[in-house]
Ligand binder design. Structure first.
Ligand SMILES: Cc1cc2nc3c(=O)[nH]c(=O)nc-3n(C[C@H](O)[C@H](O)[C@H](O)COP(=O)(O)OP(=O)(O)OC[C@H]3O[C@@H](n4cnc5c(N)ncnc54)[C@H](O)[C@@H]3O)c2cc1C
Length: 396
């Protein structure tokens, strides 16, 4: 067992941290206010190879490991505290990986290079207005008709609907196949019959969330991932990858919150002493730091498991991967949210202002508590299933 980063990983981490410190921090408020990630951010991200990092080089990516991508996600979560850039990053990484693993050659050559250059968006569409946790209950359907699939239905709370319309691109879209099982299809947002709607969120404003409706959309058969009826499996692999990167972004945000808090409680005085001298605050810092440190290594281990098994198409350690990913997605957002909340309180009234900016993280991380990439209780259900057995699932 060796916990050190390799020289290559360390150099990469330093480069992404520099990008986060110089570019992301300088733009995070603008991203929040304008509701978009500007080209001054996406351009350098593409140049650094940060967009859809795990995609193989022949399709424009850097063929990065999950471990390297996890390290980048930590830095991006630390750099843009609003989480918008982290969401953009992890969607491209997670779903770019799935498209490169299961997409047809033609689709990969068409879709992935512009995604890696930041000239197109790639996301995931599973959630529907009737619910996101119970995917088996979805209503959107698809049927084969000659050289196309015909898609009908509606998705809701989908990240990147505006970006996919304005930049180009689309979403890997899960639907029920009329022949049984699920189809995962790449659906360009500009296809005839697709309509979009933007929702007004409370945070991570730089990336849109919205609805997609499909009115008998004809999706070319080459846009089907893998085999007909098997889409659920591919989506679940994508969620394992994306949830690991979400957690990494939460680790980065939590570290930034604590660094901000440490600098403040060293200087700010009350009752003639720096706040950091009061055990009520010092011990809180120590407890939070311990939790963030634990979750960081949980996260890096999840990435290691993905590299060692899942990304190689090896299902032999599926249960171990599922446990590691669900555990970290259950813990990381809670630890990050608690870290931001506590540091806001150390700042007193100033913590409640936009000048200090902790509220950016507060609003952004909340998205992972309410449900983005799977609600906390869904992580608990996965872990309960793994610890007790399938017969203890709360549903059939
Ligand atoms: C900002 C944001 C961006 C998002 N982006 C995307 C996206 O890009 N693509 C996409 O497909 N989806 C996206 N989602 C949707 C997300 O996947 C869903 O929010 C999530 O799956 C939960 O679905 P739901 O919101 O419909 O809640 P529901 O499924 O209605 O659940 C409501 C609550 O009940 C809990 N719950 C559900 N079932 C159980 C149970 N059996 N036992 C105990 N508790 C339970 C849930 O954990 C949740 O807290 C996004 C969500 C947000 C907030």
């Amino acid at each position: 067992m060796d916990f050190r980063l390799t020289d290559e990983e360390e150099a990469f981490q330093t480069a992404v941290r520099r990008f986060g410190d110089k570019v992301l921090r300088a733009h995070e408020r603008q991203i929040d206010v304008e509701g978009r990630i500007p080209p001054e951010v996406l351009g350098p991200m593409a140049e650094l190879g940060l967009l859809a990092m795990p995609v193989p080089t022949e399709y424009g990516g850097m063929g990065a490991s999950a471990t390297l991508t996890e390290l980048a996600a930590e830095e991006i979560g630390r750099g843009d505290f609003s989480m918008a850039t982290a969401v953009f990053f992890l969607l491209e990484a997670g779903w770019g990986h799935i498209l490169s693993r299961f997409g047809t050659e033609e689709t990969k050559r068409e879709v992935l290079p512009p995604v890696c250059q930041g000239k197109a968006f790639l996301g995931i569409a599973t959630t529907e207005p009737t619910g996101g946790s119970d995917l088996a209950g979805m209503r959107t359907g698809s049927r084969r008709d000659g050289e196309a699939f015909v898609l009908h239905g509606e998705k809701a709370f989908i990240s990147g609907v505006e970006e996919a319309k304005s930049l180009g691109g689309g979403h890997l879209t899960l639907s029920k196949s009329d022949r049984g099982g699920f189809n995962l299809l790449y659906v360009p947002t500009r296809s005839a019959g697709v309509a979009t709607q933007r929702f007004v969120n409370m945070g991570r404003m730089g990336i849109s969330t919205g609805g997609l409706t499909y009115q008998d959309v004809r999706v070319p058969a080459r846009y089907l991932l893998g085999s007909e009826g098997k889409g659920f499996e591919y989506a679940m692999e994508g969620f394992s990858v994306a949830r690991t990167f979400v957690s990494a972004a939460c680790v980065g945000a939590a570290e930034r919150a604590l660094e901000t808090g440490i600098a403040y409680i060293r200087d700010r005085k009350a009752f003639g002493q720096p706040l950091g001298k009061f055990e009520g605050i010092q011990f809180e810092l120590v407890d939070l730091w311990t939790q963030v440190e634990a979750v960081k290594w949980q996260c890096r281990r999840a990435a290691w498991l993905l590299d060692t098994y899942t990304l190689r198409g090896d299902p032999s350690h599926r249960s171990e991967v599922d446990r590691a990913v669900a555990a970290v997605k259950l813990t990381a957002p809670q630890v990050a949210f608690e870290s931001v909340k506590r540091v806001m309180m150390w700042f007193g009234a100033a913590g409640y202002t936009k000048d200090v900016g902790l509220e950016l993280g507060f609003r952004g991380i909340m998205s992972y508590l309410v449900g983005a990439e799977g609600g906390l209780n869904i992580m608990r259900i996965i872990l309960g299933r793994e610890l007790l057995g399938r017969e203890y699932l709360p549903y059939k």
